[in-house]
Every structure is written in C-alpha cells, then in structure tokens.
Design a protein around this ligand. Structure first.
Ligand code: HAM
Length: 408
C-alpha cells in the first residue's frame, strides 16, 4: 500500500477526468459502493476456486459479528447495489462506471499493490454482442485519448455453464493423457475448475498444453454465433483484436466473452486490464436473471505507463504571489482573494522573509509566473511579474492582474 501525490497523482486525476468525460458521453453514470462488503458477496461471485477468494482477501469480523471483506474488485459490489436498489426491475439497461481503491493480499511485484485503484465500467441488462462492442469502443476511445497507441484486444469465449461440461470432458481426457507433465496446482485445478489449467503461469504446463482442445470448438450454437458477431463488429469498428483460446481470466463469473487488453507501450506486451460477460452473476447474487458485461482497469500500472510514454501529466502550475513586508502581506491576501474568486490558480507565499528564499521555492515547485508585491509596487498601484521560463520581468497595473492572469 502506498501514498499517492505529486506527478503520479496528477496522472491518476487526469485518468479520472478522462474517464468521467468519455464514459459520460456514452451514457454511463457514476456509482460509488462501500469498501466493505459482506464476505458472501465475493464468495458467490468471484468464486471459491479463485486465487482472490482463496488467498488474497482482507477479511475480518466486525464489532457486530459480521464477516466482512475489504473489496478485492468492484463488479460484485455494483451488482449487489443494483439488486438492493431494485435498479433492474425494468428491462432498461443500467450503465455504471466507478473509480476506487481495491484490496488484495498479493505477492509484491512491479505495478501490483495490496491497495490498488480500478476504473470499472459495467453494462447490466443487455445480452447482445452490440452491447459488448459499445463498451469496448468506449474503452478504446478512453485508452487512445489517454495516449496509448499499441493496443491489442485479446478475446475468447468461455461458453456458458451449460455448454462448458462438453469442453471439460474433452479437456480432462487431453489432460489425463499427459498428466505427469502438469504441476500439482494444475492437478487440483483439473478437478475444481479445468479452465484454470489454461491460465497456469508455469512454463512446463504451458508447453504441455500444446495442441489442447479449444473451448471455442465446443461452444453451443448461440454462444458461437455471439462470438462470431462480436468479431465482425470489432473488425467493422477497426478495434485491433486477436483471438486467444487460452484466455480464461482469474474470476469465476465469466460467460461467453472474456477479454484482456494488451499494450506494448512499455516494451514487452502485457495485460493492462480485463473483463467480460457475466450473465449468471446477478441471479447468483439474488437478483433477477439479467445479463451483463464489463471490465476494469488498474490505474497504478496505467499511470506508470503514461508517465513513461508521455512524461508529466497535463498540469498548469499555479502562479505564486510573494508579498514583501507587513503592508504588502495584508494587501496580498486581498489581491489573492480577488484572483481566487475569479478562478485564477494562485499560491500565496505566507512565510514572510526574504525574496531570494521565496524565488528558490518557486523554482523547485516549477512555478512559471511569480507576482511580487512590495511597498514600491503598492505606492505605484502595480505588481512586478517575473516569467520564470524566460526570465523576463515586467510591471502590471494592479487592476489588470485578474484579466492578464486569466488570459495566460
Ligand atoms: P481483474 O483482472 O482481477 O478483474 O482486475 C482488473 C485489473 O485490475 C487488472 O487487469 C489490473 O490492471 C488491475 N489489478 C488487479 N490486481 C491488481 C494489483 N494487485 N495491483 C495493481 N493492479 C491490479 C476484475 O477485477 C474484474 N472485476 C473486471 C471486470 C469488471 N469484469 C467484469 N466487469
């Protein structure tokens, strides 16, 4: 867990502003759910066979004896909220996005934290491939507006709980023939959740998977049609994608489409985010039988990538007003009040003391415009303005300061 401030936090803020604008244009409304949820919400959604529920949750018993969890992800909470507030009573789609911290007790790795931030977008109530294309188009605009270039949408279909047993049977037979080449974890996975074997990070297991039965060959007809239609739509929209028959994701609730977005903006291609369809989840959590699709992106890595490819986040540092002497200190507070009221970004030097010290601080803070107000300026009704980038200095009439600063 870590503190966020300065240049890194500015990227988080820029990402949030972009999300609010782009998602708002698509008709998504913001939702904020509590950090604590009942344990059951995640057991019944993310799933008992997942690493998240098995090993990574911050869970405890509160003072009222309830078993609670600091949310490891936001989808289950959003679905819980939609059910609780009866938002799914009509057949109208419910479009939500959210931003917030999530908690997983994971092993330390670059860009992975125990408190991390996600932006989520969830579309509840629509089963069509068109709704997925809409959501992916929104995601694509969001990422390209942020400045990411080399994106690939990696997609698969994991079928439905009804069609999956046919694939499981074929896959278990394949596994049995070369069982000795798989790791111990995979031996456990083949019993509890065979799809997870495809996701094993062990290189030997990945090699043993060569020639494995492909889930998209075992789809029911409707799921196969759904998958084909989504591919047509992505092609029509020019969203770069590739099929990945081993993509299964680490959460249990996915049905049909599962996807990740890979970026090579940092060199080696790696997953920036993931999501998919989760048609059974609303019902599983006690709501109506409503389909849904969504995704979540981790901001910690996204901010890191943006910082590396774009440098500093777009940021206009405030001007700095430095008063010299007691009389100017009083007048500077009044002038600053007028400037703030006019919407000018301005920091006020309140320490008193020497100009040299204040100018050195301005340099360190990256301030570009310094206003100096001393007795001489007050007598003339002016302020001295120093442009830090060019070193140029000029004198502005006091009554023009608001207009001139607002103009910059
Ligand atoms: P997830 O794949 O578990 O899916 O997480 C989504 C994203 O959150 C990851 O791709 C990664 O960017 C980020 N993330 C996960 N764990 C960490 C961590 N420890 N540190 C930093 N970033 C992390 C979900 O959470 C699903 N709720 C996605 C979804 C939404 N599916 C449907 N709707």
């Amino acid at each position: 867990m870590r503190d966020l401030f300065g240049a890194e936090l500015r990227w988080f803020q820029h990402i949030e502003e972009t999300a609010r604008r782009v998602f708002g244009h698509h008709g998504y409304g913001e939702i904020r759910t509590p950090i604590l949820e009942e344990l059951d919400v995640f057991k019944r959604s993310v799933g008992e066979s997942s690493d998240i529920v098995n090993k990574e949750m911050y869970e405890f018993t509160d003072k009222g004896g309830r078993q609670v969890v600091m949310r490891p992800e936001n989808t289950a909470g959003i679905v819980r909220a939609a059910i609780q507030h009866k938002l799914l009573a009509s057949s109208d789609p419910v479009l939500f996005w959210c931003i917030g911290p999530q908690f997983r007790y994971e092993r330390m790795q670059t860009g992975r934290y125990r408190q991390f931030w996600q932006v989520d977008a969830e579309s509840l109530g629509v089963a069509t491939p068109e709704s997925e294309a809409e959501s992916l188009l929104m995601l694509h605009s969001f990422l390209t507006e942020l400045g990411l270039k080399s994106l690939v949408f990696s997609i698969n279909s994991v079928g439905t709980p009804e069609s999956r047993p046919a694939f499981h049977a074929a896959f278990r037979a394949f596994f049995a023939e070369r069982a000795d080449r798989f790791c111990e974890d995979c031996h456990r996975r083949i019993e509890s959740n065979p799809l997870r074997v495809l996701d094993c990070k062990n290189e030997k297991c990945q090699a043993a998977l060569e020639g494995h039965p492909v889930i998209t060959d075992h789809l029911d007809e409707a799921s196969a049609r759904h998958h084909a239609r989504l591919k047509v739509l992505l092609k029509e929209l020019g969203i770069p994608f590739e099929e990945n028959p081993r993509l299964v994701r680490g959460l249990d609730y996915y049905t049909r489409t599962a996807f990740e977005v890979l970026s090579s903006d940092l060199g080696a291609q790696s997953a920036l985010l993931g999501g998919g369809r989760y048609d059974g989840l609303v019902k599983q959590l006690g709501g109506p039988d409503v389909p849904a699709f969504g995704w979540a992106i981790g901001l910690d890595r996204l901010a890191m990538v943006l910082q590396q490819i774009r440098g500093e986040a777009p940021y206009a540092p405030p001007a700095l007003l430095i008063p010299l002497g007691d009389r100017a200190a009083t007048e500077a507070l009044k002038l600053a009040r007028t400037l703030w009221a006019a919407g000018v970004a301005l920091q006020l030097e309140t320490r008193g003391g020497a100009l040299k010290k204040a100018m050195a601080s301005a340099n360190r803070m990256g301030i570009q415009t310094v206003l100096i107000l001393g007795d001489g300026e007050l007598d003339n009704g002016t302020v001295t303005v120093k442009h830090m980038v060019t070193g140029e200095q000029e004198s502005w009439p006091l009554e023009e300061v608001v207009a001139r600063l607002a103009d910059q």
